[in-house]
Ligand binder design. Structure first.
Ligand SMILES: [Zn+2]
Ligand SMILES: [Zn+2]
Length: 186
């Protein structure tokens, strides 16, 4: 899943998942990342505050790596040092600077997680054993090639961890849940 590395203090990075269709990145000091449909309420009136800050929107419903940034024209938002005039498509490892000076990095990397296989229109076959994977059952998607594998001990198919590498590409199965790239040292 695409995510954002946000610098809390110099050299100290926190990761926030882009797990919704749209998120608002509040440029004020603590720069919270909130889902756009969970807009922050005014503490006095309780009314939802108008959109503030930088909006991150997923550009394609079926591509979780594809995001764009929207900001006001007079906001001093920069991507890789260049001012953004309203909208900018984000690429892996883009550096985002907010008006308050806070630094973030967009990462399209997708560390592997065991998760229920999403229900879809077509049958998904396991990259290892080639048998179909039941929607909703524990599965894992290769972080390199994106091919799904069973990871279902209950039915005796721990297909991802069964081999040293992915059933469809040379990606090692050990450590697949780790972030391969972080902004540490940048
Ligand atoms: Zn399998
Ligand atoms: Zn793979």
């Amino acid at each position: 899943m695409a995510h954002l590395w946000m610098e809390r203090e110099a050299g100290e990075w926190a990761v926030a998942m882009l797990d919704s269709e749209a998120h608002v990145l509040d440029p004020n000091c603590d720069a919270r990342l909130v889902r756009a449909d969970e807009r922050v309420a005014d503490p006095v009136s309780g009314a939802p505050l108008p959109p503030a800050g930088v909006l991150l929107v997923r550009r394609a419903p079926d591509d979780e790596k594809c995001w764009a940034l929207f900001c006001a024209f007079d906001d001093d938002v920069r991507v890789n040092g260049l001012p953004v005039a309203g909208v900018k498509a984000l690429a892996d490892r883009d550096e985002i600077r907010l008006p308050a000076g806070m630094r973030c990095y967009f990462s399209a990397e997708r560390p592997a997680r065991v998760e229920p296989l999403p229900a879809g229109d077509r049958v998904i076959h396991c990259g290892r054993c080639k048998a179909p994977i039941a929607p909703g059952s524990p599965a894992l998607r290769c972080p390199e090639c994106g091919v799904w594998h069973h990871q279902n001990e209950a039915i005796g198919r721990p297909c991802w961890t069964y081999g040293a590498v992915c059933g469809a590409c040379p990606c090692p199965t050990a450590g697949a849940a780790d972030y391969r790239w972080t902004p540490d040292g940048l």
